[in-house]
Design a binder for this molecule. Structure first.
Ligand code: ADP
Length: 626
């Protein structure tokens, strides 16, 4: 008994769109159905190696046929087939693949995007008024027939089918002269030949069709012909592959709706033989910075698919790469566990890492604009790469990271920094803050601005952690302008500061006492020029690192050493001295306000805003009375 079921809501939307499509590239439906057939054969082949229930076929093939009388076009494969459950779940619902992203885009009225997608099975309804599927899975004890006109429902019943695989039959729509739609084209041999050549030439299994031949006596005979060359796109000579072919392949194969930002196609022969086709997607997937994200490259052996996401082929620092590796050196029968330890695989991974690095370096050098687009998408990941594994990848990655600075709104590399630093400069200076504007306004920038020193802006949480691992670049240490003693003071300045500290020892001590454990020390500052006060940290943990670590579980005890620095040349310091002389009972309030201001400048919250406000009010009232 046939059972009628409803499509899921999203599928209905997509179907509706397909049926009412005014899109001119309807012909891609054939590519979609052939790709599905090829995927199904891959699955059967792969499962037949490991599962007893799945017999292999003598030869795998996809067969096209057409019947002009009945206006049908049929695509037949001997792939894995579908069980009843799979018919319901895989065809009645849109999977998390191209189709879904496609629909999301469409909802944003991005109609032009339509041509860029792999839109899957439903695209059949662009050209067919009815679709029938006859299928048999090795996991089912009967075959099934699925039929739908693409409206809200579909029907499934059982169907006698002995051989494993799927037949998809399209009942083509009537031609529509008004809209210049000629569906009868798809019943023409030469159209089908052309479409296979154009979109599916690289499919690894033969796509066959009975072709009519006319001999010398005008007698017609039919002959089975294979329409595709079966050479995978990555195996074709580079110069013969058009960029748009590669892009279309990428989108279909890796479920992206945009062209890749960059493609690396490399062939290595010799001790190690492999072909790799690698892509940098334009943007990271939404789950890229979560633990849900799975890295990996597809693995093939002599054009035959082995594994979807091989993690050993790509390091975490390059985990954004998509693509595939095809090597004849791998044996197809090795189990996945063994594969992990395969020495060949490790060697290929090392090669690929080198290749990606050199491509990125080349891009940085020759196409800065593109590199910056890349960097904005994946820069943070590269920095994690440096931080990870105790800096094992430092050398590899350090010339790929970029920073903005107080002297450059454009990103610069560490090399650029070294090239233009002051001759006597003994460190790479950096400052940390939430944004460029925030850092620029920091009091700790006073001295470096005066000395005209370039300062790298650290606005990414990972930056300081990375630098702790890096320690040096070209033998020069990294130094924070917000941490420890400033090494930028002249001897004269230093001596004056020492003198001043001596003179005001009592005052500084009194302030320190007022602030108790909040600060480790109170000092006069050499780095402040126009600002009255700032907080710096001791060596080791910085204030920004403290903020980040505090957000992590079980880390609330973590504390950076805070040092309050006061500008001895600022009017405020004179005011403090006067308070200390004339009304020492107010010093506590002054010290507390000073400290809290410094906290605010650093972007810290204030523990007790009410107390802070009360103190402020008290001082304002006092001032008004004078
Ligand atoms: P996608 O291929 O992007 O997953 P489709 O809509 O094209 O989306 O297909 C949905 C699912 O239906 C496939 O993932 C597959 O499981 C199944 N399917 C489609 N065509 C076939 C086929 N010829 N043989 C076996 N399964 C198929």
């Amino acid at each position: 008994m046939a059972k009628t079921r409803q499509f899921k809501t999203e599928s209905k939307k997509l179907l509706n769109l397909m049926i009412n499509s005014i899109y001119t590239h309807k012909e891609i439906f054939l590519r979609e159905l052939i790709s599905n057939a090829s995927d199904a054969i891959d699955k059967r082949h792969f499962l037949s190696l490991t599962e007893e229930a799945v017999p292999s076929a003598d030869t795998y093939e996809i067969f096209l046929s057409h019947d002009p009388e009945k206006r049908t076009l049929t695509i037949k494969d001997n792939g894995i087939g579908l069980t009843e459950d799979e018919l319901i779940h895989n065809l009645g619902t849109i999977a998390e693949s191209g189709s879904k992203a496609f629909l999301e885009k469409l909802e944003k009225k991005d109609i032009d995007i339509i041509g860029q997608f792999g839109v899957g099975f439903y695209s059949a309804f662009m050209v067919a008024k009815k679709v029938e599927i006859f299928t048999r899975s090795p996991y089912a004890d009967t075959g099934y027939r699925w039929v739908s006109s693409g409206e809200s429902n579909y029907k499934i019943d059982t169907f006698e089918k002995e051989d494993i695989g799927t037949i998809i039959q399209l009942y083509l729509r009537d031609d529509d002269d008004e809209n210049d739609e000629n569906y009868s084209d798809y019943l023409e041999e030469w159209t089908l030949k052309r479409l296979v050549k154009k979109y599916s030439d690289y499919v690894r299994y033969p796509i066959k069709m009975a072709v009519t031949k006319t001999d010398d006596d005008d007698k017609e005979t039919t002959e089975i012909e294979t329409l595709n060359s079966m050479i995978p796109i990555w195996k074709r000579p580079k110069k013969d592959i058009k960029e748009e072919e590669i892009n279309a392949f990428y989108k279909r194969q890796f479920n992206d709706f945009e062209d890749p930002l960059h493609t690396i196609h490399t062939r290595v022969e010799g001790m190690l033989t492999y072909t790799a086709m690698l892509f940098i997607p334009k943007r990271p997937p939404h789950d890229f910075y979560t633990d849900k994200f799975e890295k990996g490259l597809q693995l093939y052996s002599k054009g035959v698919f082995i594994q979807d996401k091989n993690k050993d082929l790509i390091g975490d620092h390059y985990r954004f790469m998509k693509g595939l590796v095809d090597s004849a050196d791998l044996s197809l029968n090795i189990s996945r566990e063994m594969l992990q330890h395969d020495r060949q695989l490790k060697k290929i991974a090392a090669h690929i890492e080198k290749k990606i690095t050199s491509e990125l370096e080349k891009m940085l050098k020759n196409d800065r604009e593109k590199y910056i687009e890349f960097y904005q998408a994946y820069g943070t990941n590269l920095k994690y790469g440096i931080y990870d594994q105790f800096g094992a990848k430092k050398e590899l990655l350090q010339d790929l990271i970029l920073f903005k600075t107080n002297k450059s709104d454009e990103y610069i590399s560490l090399k650029d920094y070294i090239d233009r630093k002051q001759d006597d400069q003994k460190a790479l200076y950096y400052a940390t803050g939430k944004t460029k504007a925030h850092i620029e306004s920091l009091p700790q920038m006073d001295l470096v601005k005066e000395k005209d020193i370039e300062v790298l802006f650290f606005t990414d949480d990972i930056d300081e952690f990375m630098v702790q691992i890096m320690q040096t670049y070209e033998d020069l240490p990294f130094k924070s302008v917000q941490q420890g003693e400033s090494d930028l003071l002249d001897e004269d300045n230093k001596n004056t500061l020492i003198e001043q500290e001596k003179t005001h020892k009592k005052l500084l001590k009194a302030i320190k006492k007022a602030l108790k454990d909040d600060v480790k020390d109170v000092k006069l500052s050499g780095r402040l020029k126009t600002s009255p006060v700032c907080l710096v940290s001791g060596e080791g943990l910085s204030l920004e690192m403290e903020k980040i670590l505090k957000q992590m579980p079980n880390q609330s005890e973590i504390k950076a050493d805070k040092i309050l620095e006061i500008n001895p040349d600022h009017d405020l310091f004179l005011a403090l001295s006067a308070v200390f002389e004339n009304q020492p009972e107010s010093l506590d309030d002054y010290a507390s306000l000073l400290y809290h201001q410094a906290l605010l400048i650093e972007g810290y919250p204030i523990d007790d805003p009410v107390a802070f406000s009360n103190r402020m009010v008290k001082l304002m009232v006092q001032a008004s009375k004078r």
